[in-house]
Design a protein around this ligand. Sequence first.
Ligand code: FES
Length: 671
Amino acid sequence: MKHETRAARTLHRWCGLTVGMLLVMVALTGAGMVFRPQLDPLLQPALQHVPACSAPLSTSRLIEAAHAAYPDAGALSAIRMKAVQGDSVAPVRIRFGDWRWVYVDPCTARVLGIRDAYGEVFGTMAWLHTFSYLPGGGVVAGSVALAAIALVVAGFALWALTRSAAPAATKRAGKAAGLNPAARGLRRHRMVALWCAPVLLVLALSGVPQAFPIAAMAVPAPPPLPLSARTDIAAALDAAGSRLERDYAGWRQLQWRVGAAGTSLKLEIVEHGAPHEYATGIAYYDPASGALLQHTSYAQSQSARKAYLWGLALHYGAVGAPWQLAQFAAALAMPFLAWTGMGGWLRRHIAARSNGLQRLVVRDKHHVARDVYAFELVHPRGRRLPAWTAGAHIDVHTAPGLVRQYSLCGDPRDRSRYQIAVHRCTPSRGGSDAMHDAVHAGDRITIGMPRNRFALAPDSPHTVLLAGGIGLTPLLAMAETLSASGASFELHYCTRSPLHAAFSERLHERRFCGRVLFHFSNTVGRAAFDSLLAAPQRGAHLYICGAAGFTDAALAAAERQGWPAAHVHTERFSAPPGPQADSAQAAFDVVIASTGRVVPVAAGQSALAALHGAGVAIPTSCGQGLCGTCVTGVLEGEPDHRDHCLTDEARAVSFTPCCSRARGPQLVLDL
Ligand code: FES
């Protein structure tokens, strides 16, 4: 599945990046022409209708008048006519050797005007839309249409593949985003794309055969011409035209095509009962006598030709106003999709370069304990990774919109890779599920720079590391560092059973011999913290990492055993339950120091939510006061600190708006 996902992502991305701007131009010009049938009459009312008459002039007389008005136009190439409607009729349009149409009154032979097919507003849009300004414009237009098909199909496949691989929580979030107009970023891109993709696909599919000559394959071939003594096209058209009503009773519109000398006259005719105005039958006439040689009605046409003609009708919006509106909306969505798609890609790459984010490759993913996977992350081109120290963690962008912190658990001296381990949380907030189910070896993943809020104290005469479950990870890196430096330490690893103990093989290696003790709660009972922490050595430091209950019990034991608070260090991966202070329910104001703007924070609302609601961008990640991502400076007021990451010194000048509040009516933040 991962190969398909990667292939779909690559195809979607490169189609978008290479032809995205051309697609935007094609879409905007297409959107501009959607309502051409309704708007053109308003722009050129004199060329739309003339009074009908009982005896229209002959075709040769109309050609003569058109030629007189436009003598340098070259040889006759096409004539378009529409049937009489009530007491009016459309002017006959006659084209010679260029792209100009001469409009002639069929009753008086008066020339009403001459229009360039690619002139004026709609003509210019058509000129741009079809790349007619380029020598191989048709091929370019067809290639852009093919790229649009690949873009849509790959985008849809990517959505389906990532959705099927996503954990249930992420699927639910994706569904919510799909129905939510307030969705942002990639979710909004997906939401709009899913609604527009069917229409865009139809438009692109129907554009391809117009650009390439494959459409001609389904057109009935002209019959061989009889031997004729003379060729007078105008007279032949008169002869054929005099029989039109008899041959095609109730016809609606037609176009004569006049080819090179010695070829048949071709008639494309929309007969009575045709399902749309592009549902043409094909007839061939003798260019000398005007005799009908062959007629294939629309109903008798091959299925491929009918499909092509339906494609034309859909492409040109000839199937009704609802479809026109859908075309218009889908075409207008293209600039938005290009903006959000390319913008998201650029943002990710610019951010990766400017904000310390890195795209790394998952070189290995393997099981290290029950419900725990270890991931090995390396640079795509094998470069050395930024340095880090034991106790550091990285932000991992586990899925779109999900950022989680994981401690680095490898050896800090090894700059060739980062190693993390992820325990599947139950219930998961989406991060561990995404890492377990949707991230695989070979994938690329975005991470932040290593940060350390749990560093080893220097020159400690002895270090006690107390790990509970997945809390081993930062302590394992500490054990590596302490072992490498020959420092005195002991690591107590508490898990439910040997099956739950991660990295056991590594912990049994020689360098840890005699320094690592396992405590399995279902074989030897819960680790007796009091006995483990009894009689602390003078100057020793204690590091505790585990679930909230484990950490709280260990902290209580350390206090009972007389560990100095300054020598006890913890890192939590979930906020401990705690009593709600009165201030948690109280409203207060946050003042933005740089502007003086006052942002009210309602009771029960976080300061971060209030600031985001006021349009103040503050980076956030854990939302629980664990990671320190949202830390801001505080200049005035008394914060009610509820974080688990700031030291006392840091709390004097800092504030975590994701969880902390104010003890008074106001806080002035250094923003
Ligand atoms: S977002 Fe993690 S501490 Fe605020």
